[in-house]
Design a protein around this ligand. Structure first.
Ligand code: GAL
Length: 376
């Protein structure tokens, strides 16, 4: 082959290498069929070279679950193939997930020991608003599903938080729900901090709404959820098969009113980004860190910087994806809710950046590519 031909071949093969495509936050995100991805409040699982994006299917007129949890697959995080419904609602009125219930914030993790894919999500029973406050778990042999519902319920009935001392237990025992009928008073906040609602829900199990699941380096998994009427986050250990809770849990920011937890670990530090509680309206994100998942957790200022950082750029956190194969590459994922047309809700995906002292921050970018992480 001539030198010129070799050069041409080299240039051609370089051109064939796929260029990283831009991620546009807030825009429509067409799937392989040209339809906006319908996977809200979701998370991403990376398994054997493929990314799987799971999220709530939302229809045009209601946020209730009329379809179920969707799955999309991709090998580059920008081009998504609709894999269909991973966990379908049921037509059986006696099922916990009958069509018309509420299924929110699904997260899927892979269990190395059992070889199963495990999905946790927030479940509200049909026709009961947000009163049930249940966690639900489903399982599948393959990543895209179909998933089978294993069960649902409140969390850790009869169990006290592991970080509650004997003295604190006594202080909680002396609280009476009837003395705190008026909410939002300083005394009521103090009682919440002391575990008024832990005591109220001890027998039936703790409430579980906005949630995520985190698998640590040692394979242990944790369910992190808004409990105690969304006033306090709980971090609860899952069993080895990830299908139940072990009974061990701690409270994060008691009475701090945190929702939408998203977590990642970098250099031995756990970082958690959450939102406040303003329903579908965006608010200012919060951030916490700890050197052990069991705490103590320290609160930091809002991780978002720049214009609209006081409302998380219009979004609410849902997940933080560690991008495999790249150093210090984490993607902050959030939802821009559109309650007037739920299916039109948008996604915010932004790279997490780090200050010189190692503190994470998130800055708006109209568009960026995964190449952003190269050379970091
Ligand atoms: C949000 C929560 C969403 C959904 C919504 C319902 O605060 O993060 O997942 O539950 O409230 O109003």
């Amino acid at each position: 082959m001539s030198w010129a031909a070799a050069c041409l071949l080299f240039v051609m093969s370089a051109c064939q290498q796929e260029e990283a495509k831009p991620i546009y936050s807030g825009a429509l995100w067409p799937d392989n069929t040209g339809v906006h991805v319908n996977a809200h409040g979701g998370g991403v699982l990376y398994h054997e070279g493929t990314y799987y994006w799971f999220g709530e299917n939302k229809c045009d007129t209601t946020s209730n679950a009329m379809v179920g949890v969707m799955c999309y697959s991709s090998d580059n995080l920008t081009d998504w193939t609709n894999e269909g419904v991973a966990l379908s609602v049921s037509d059986d009125e006696s099922s916990d997930i009958v069509r018309g219930c509420i299924m929110e914030r699904p997260k899927v993790v892979y269990n190395e020991k059992t070889g199963k894919f495990v999905m946790w999500f927030h479940l509200e029973l049909k026709g009961k608003g947000y009163a049930a406050a249940r966690a639900a778990v489903a399982v599948s042999d393959s990543p895209a599903g179909p998933y089978r519902l294993v069960g649902s319920g409140r969390v850790n009935p009869g169990k006290l938080p592991a970080d509650m001392t004997a003295e604190a237990r006594q202080a909680m025992d002396s609280l009476n729900l009837a003395d705190f009928e008026k909410w939002w008073t300083p005394e009521w906040y103090e009682a919440i901090r002391k575990g008024l609602f832990i005591k109220r829900d001890l027998e039936g199990g703790q409430m579980s709404r906005d949630m995520t699941v985190f698998v640590d380096d040692d394979g242990k998994a944790y369910h992190i959820y808004s409990s105690e009427d969304n006033l306090t986050l709980h971090i609860a250990e899952l069993s080895d098969d990830y299908l139940t809770h072990t009974g061990k849990y701690v409270r994060l920011a008691p009475a701090g009113h945190n929702e939408a937890p998203a977590i990642f670990k970098k250099d031995g530090t756990y970082w958690m980004i959450t939102s406040g509680c303003t329903g579908w309206d965006p608010n200012e994100a919060r951030m916490f860190s700890a050197s052990s998942i069991w705490g103590p957790w320290t609160q930091h200022p809002n991780p978002c910087v720049g214009p609209k950082s006081e409302i998380t750029f219009g979004g609410q956190s849902t997940y933080i994806l560690k991008v495999p194969g790249k150093d210090n590459a984490f993607i902050f994922m959030a939802d821009v809710w559109r309650p007037e047309k739920p299916s039109d809700a948008r996604y915010i995906w932004l790279p997490i950046q780090f200050k010189e002292d190692g503190t994470p921050y998130v800055e708006w970018m109209d568009q960026w590519t995964l190449d952003f992480f190269n050379g970091k």
